[in-house]
Ligand binder design. Structure first.
Ligand SMILES: [Mn+2]
Length: 303
């Protein structure tokens, strides 16, 4: 098999790193004459148009399947979940990657998956065009919170410098992804802040995003990207927890910490992620979930 028809999978609720990685890889492989289709579920917020406007879909029966930024098949959206056991190559930067693919390229030290994708493109002789560079920059900058999160390492800054030299319009991308907010986003922030809760002397902070808030404000999933870092931004907070109501009635929990092991806390609920940024999904009432989280976090604080 020539493996000329390649399908790229991204995780459910795709973020900047998922989209940036998928589109960069698509453009890189197309330079080599491959037929490539990138997939993502849901509608992306308008800032992504800068990357998606030039993307042209292709229809074919895939011969080779690549996943980007996906730690396990349970993270696949429903549209592509049936392909979970058919992934040929997983490119990822989550240390928790389950090894579901036939081959894996997992570099946990990398702040973003997009950087690994860039190295793969260079490796197979592709050219990092300003467009590919922009895709990589979106992945790198969003996963590092614009170089503020503690996964940011010297290589992240070097990579950004390299991308700037390749002609990526960094100021424009920063404006689109980190300064500009949709009206819907501002409206949901207003509601979320109204319900913010603190406990343990202000060391633990909760915010809750309900389906009703999403409906009232007209927020798309992509409009609330990064909102989970809000509780941790409050002075004195050591664990910032975001509860987000899923359409199935469950709650998606995001845990952001300053020094506590967020991945360990989430692992008690069957989740995982990075040391200071992790997630899990829970059923039950928000009250019961918060009580359980506080108990676990206090346990971590005391250990
Ligand atoms: Mn990522």
């Amino acid at each position: 098999m020539e493996m000329d028809k390649i399908l790229i999978l991204t995780h459910n609720l795709p973020d900047g790193d998922a989209i940036g990685s998928a589109l960069a890889l698509t453009a890189g492989l197309r330079q080599k004459g491959k037929k490539v289709r990138a997939t993502w579920s849901g509608e992306l917020s308008s800032c992504y148009h800068v990357l998606t406007d030039s993307y042209v879909d292709e229809d074919f029966v895939p011969e080779y399947i690549v996943s980007v930024d996906i730690a396990g098949t349970h993270l696949l959206p429903k549209e592509t979940r049936h392909l979970g056991d058919r992934v040929d190559l997983a490119i990822d930067h989550h240390g928790t990657n389950t090894g579901f693919a036939k081959e894996s390229l997992v570099i946990a030290r990398s702040a973003s998956c997009a950087e690994i994708v860039m190295d793969v493109i260079t490796e197979f002789g592709g050219e990092i065009t300003p467009y590919i560079g922009s895709c990589v920059y979106v992945g790198l900058s969003t996963d590092t919170g614009c170089f503020r999160f503690n996964n940011t390492n010297p290589e992240s800054h070097m990579r950004a410098a390299q991308l700037a030299m390749l002609g990526v319009d960094i100021a424009n991308l920063n404006q689109l992804f980190f300064e500009q907010k949709s009206r819907a986003r501002i409206e949901i922030e207003r509601r979320v802040l109204d319900g913010i809760e603190f406990t343990e002397g202000g060391k633990i902070c909760f915010i809750t995003i309900t389906r009703e808030m999403m409906d009232q404000t007209g927020c798309l999933e992509s409009d609330i990207e990064g909102l989970a870092s809000l509780p941790k931004s409050v002075e004195g907070v050591e664990a910032g927890i975001t509860l987000r109501e899923r359409p199935n009635g469950n709650w998606k929990i995001s845990v952001r910490t300053k020094y506590l092991n967020a991945a360990k806390i989430c692992s008690y609920f069957g989740g995982g992620g990075h040391t200071f940024a992790a997630g899990c999904e829970c059923s039950g009432t928000p009250f019961d979930i918060k009580v359980a989280m506080v108990k676990l976090i206090k346990q971590e604080m005391d250990s």
